[in-house]
Design a protein around this ligand. Sequence first.
Ligand SMILES: Cc1ncc(COP(=O)(O)O)c(C=O)c1O
Length: 297
Amino acid sequence: MLVNPFDNRPGHIWLDGGFVPWGDARLHVLSHGLHYASSVFEGERAYGGEIFKLTEHTERLKESARILDFEIPWSVEEIDEACRQTLAKQGFKDAYIRPVAWRGSEMMAVAAQSSKIHLAIAAWEWPSYFDPELRMKGLTLDLAEWRRPDPRTIPCKAKAAGLYMICTLSKHAAERKGCADAMMLDWRGQVAECTGANIFFVKDGAIHTPTPDCFLDGITRRTVIGLAKDRQIPVIERAILPEELSGMQECFITGTAAEVTAVAKIADWNFTPGDITKTLMADYTTAVQPKKAFAAA
Ligand SMILES: Cc1ncc(COP(=O)(O)O)c(C=O)c1O
């Protein structure tokens, strides 16, 4: 049941250079982005009125578009400013921000060189992706049937809408089984990531995480690796086989939406949220606090 549908909310959405009332931010049904998935997006989060790592997100958005062979006709600075304005216009301090760019409806075929490029930015309040109580207790994850594809078959470094098709299928299958999310293997059968988050394991005081060679090297992933290194916790990026999971003691996932969230179970593998997970959850919460507030303190 949809309680608060996304096409009808109060406020405004930034669309192609200016604000329009939320309900008027529409696109034509013959948009290339809808038919052929020529669409890239970002998921950003604001804490205390400041968007965490905003420029990194905007740079990734621009790069995702380039990988899909189109150029977003606004600069990184202009997009950063539009994201800040969107947040301010909605009057939110703690919120999720969603920029999305897509090819329009000028050409309706696989080729779309003359299609106009659109950009929209929306912001909404979104306190926690997973149930806050579960985040500390640890999520139960399914093992997805779908695998992250060979990088020779998809533009795996783009945050592109088309790459989420198997994520939606995997997340639906997981939720049908009562799981919060699904861990996906890659095309080689190695551990990859979740449907919208990267994954980490802890064994004997060291962190192990898959090398991001066919999936998104998340901004949160890189932040958390930095936080672990600041605490002299060794971080080993390597190929991880599912058979190894029985020897892992802790598991957690990272993402802008997921933040740092403990995992208690994946299929038949069990983990106990422990000191390293708890430390990094707390360090991440500190790291995302608005810098202006720190400067003023
Ligand atoms: C498939 C996938 N992997 C990983 C991540 C984590 O990326 P980030 O930490 O940049 O949000 C996300 C979220 O954007 C994602 O959708």
